[in-house]
Design a protein around this ligand. Structure first.
Ligand code: F0G
Length: 479
């Protein structure tokens, strides 16, 4: 299936090689309501400015290898009128999700379609739906972090349990528009689960490369691996780390003509913008002071920045929040570079309990650097112990998250203690993945012999009422 997929199958016009397509671009499809001759969207290299038509399936610049960004025609409405349109769609979105149009209407991604993929028609859209995740306030977590006005944007409430669904709905929609027969990614687990689910929905073959277990230890959290297999993607366990997987899939995708849907793909970034747009809408377009998020490959940092850029430019908000990207201390090349004002690009051999962000050579480096500079951002790192303590606090609040997600709240505590986040500031921290993604780390934490805060080890008892009563008494005394 995958092996028979060649570059030719990715072409728009199904004639000639992809390079020829670059030389004589296919005319982009225009919405019937768009009246000028300008295309609604083009792809532009962020490094050298080379432009590609919207449906070109390459995911890096053919001239210089740089990362591509999407440039959309400005929407007809701006400011209050655009806010009103998005708010009306939010109200009208509830209801039956019987077909693609219903899913697109209910989706927290496609609600913002003018800023994401203005040329998409309902028939193009591959949506579960996704997005519309809750923005919680949990006083116990706020107290743990030392920030009263701490909000938790829980993207673990997406259909496959992570924020990756936001990018994947757009990437698979684009894969369908570009005529792709197969999609591929390298992953630390969540992207692969999302790819598998959306590829299945689109009827397109999916291929994922994840790091193989090393010395008996899983490198990908079990929930994510299980999902990827369940949804039906071909799953390769590569003897190497995530950085090796990404290098391999980039080479392979080009040669095999498979559409690459890692976050270097600009359509992934467009979809992931929606998490920030949703936060702004949930706060009635009164922006928080900070958006804080975990950072690995830096796609999400880039996406949040791109969304804020749009929101300010189009008058959706009066002022932009600052961005804080949080890395795990054992996988923190971006935090190290930030301390040196991004003088050099760092690479490390990554090691952390938060396997989702165990990445030593982030792909979206340049995009994310620009975002941190533009939004008065900060980058810091937190230890595995801080991550696990933050996670235990979030879990015990009854909502839970996976280890990488907890890095954002651990980062909030650190930045508040350092005085970077000031008293009274309103902070939205993104929880990127669901608590069940990584049962291995959870069960290991809640061992009877583990001396850590909030350990809740299971208790084995005889099947007698006496034994039960003893446990009940002890639990009541603890509460
Ligand atoms: N949080 C979670 C739960 C993730 O899965 C990831 C990335 C991140 C944060 C970091 O986002 O890479 O855009 O900076 N996971 C990717 C994957 C690498 O393959 O699932 P980023």
């Amino acid at each position: 299936m995958i092996s028979s997929c060649r570059a030719a199958e990715l072409r728009n016009d199904r004639s000639g090689r992809p390079d020829e397509q670059f030389r004589s671009p296919a005319v982009p499809q225009l919405s019937p309501t768009f009246s000028t001759t300008m295309p609604l969207t083009i792809q532009r290299c962020a490094s050298c400015g080379t432009e590609l038509p919207e449906r070109d399936a390459r995911t890096s610049c053919p001239a210089c290898g740089g990362l591509l960004a999407l440039v959309h025609a400005p929407p007809a409405e701006q400011g209050a009128a655009l806010r009103a349109r998005f708010d009306a769609r939010l109200r009208d979105g509830a209801g039956l999700v019987a077909d693609a149009a219903g899913a697109a209407r209910a989706s927290g991604v496609w609600r913002f379609r003018e800023l994401i993929m203005p040329g998409a028609t309902d028939a193009d859209i591959v949506s579960q739906p996704e997005g519309n995740t809750p923005l919680f306030h949990r006083p116990v977590v706020a107290a743990w972090a030392g920030v009263d006005a701490l909000l938790l944007k829980h993207d673990g409430f997406n259909p496959t349990g992570s924020f990756k669904d936001r990018g994947m709905t757009v990437a698979l929609t684009q894969a369908r528009r570009a005529g792709a027969r197969a999609v591929a990614c390298a992953s630390t687990g969540n992207t692969s689960a999302a790819l598998a689910a959306y590829a299945s929905l689109a009827g397109i073959a999916g291929l994922v490369l994840v790091p193989a277990p090393k010395s008996g230890a899983q490198q990908v959290a079990l929930g994510k691996l299980a999902q990827t297999l369940a949804y039906g993607a071909r799953t390769l366990l590569v003897r190497g780390d995530f950085d090796d997987c990404l290098r391999l899939v980039r080479e392979g995708a080009e040669q095999l003509g498979v559409y690459l849907v890692n976050s270097i793909n600009p359509y992934r970034i467009e979809g992931q913008k929606s998490v920030a747009l949703e936060i702004l809408q949930q706060l009635a377009w009164d922006a928080p002071d900070w958006i804080v998020l975990p950072a690995g490959n830096l796609g999400n940092t880039s996406a949040v920045g791109a969304a804020l850029r749009d929101a300010v430019r189009l008058g959706l908000i009066a002022r932009a929040p600052r961005i804080a990207s949080i890395q795990a201390a054992g996988a923190a090349p971006f935090a190290s570079a930030y301390r040196e004002n991004f003088a050099t690009q760092h690479r490390v051999k990554a090691e952390t309990v938060a396997t989702a962000i165990k990445i030593g050579d982030p792909a979206s480096w340049d995009r994310a650097t620009a975002v941190i500079r533009e939004f008065d951002g900060v980058v810091t790192d937190v230890s595995d112990a801080e991550i696990l303590e933050a996670k235990a606090a979030i879990d015990a609040a009854g909502i839970g998250c996976e280890p990488a997600s907890a890095a954002s709240v651990a980062g909030v505590r650190r930045l508040a203690r350092e005085g970077v986040i000031r008293p009274g500031e309103r902070v939205a921290a993104i929880l990127t993945g669901h608590v069940l993604k990584d049962p291995g780390v959870l069960l290991d934490y809640h061992r009877a012999d583990h001396a850590a805060p909030l350990v809740n080890a299971p208790i084995e008892v005889d099947a007698t009422l006496d034994a039960l009563a003893r446990v009940m008494d002890a639990a009541a005394a603890r509460a």
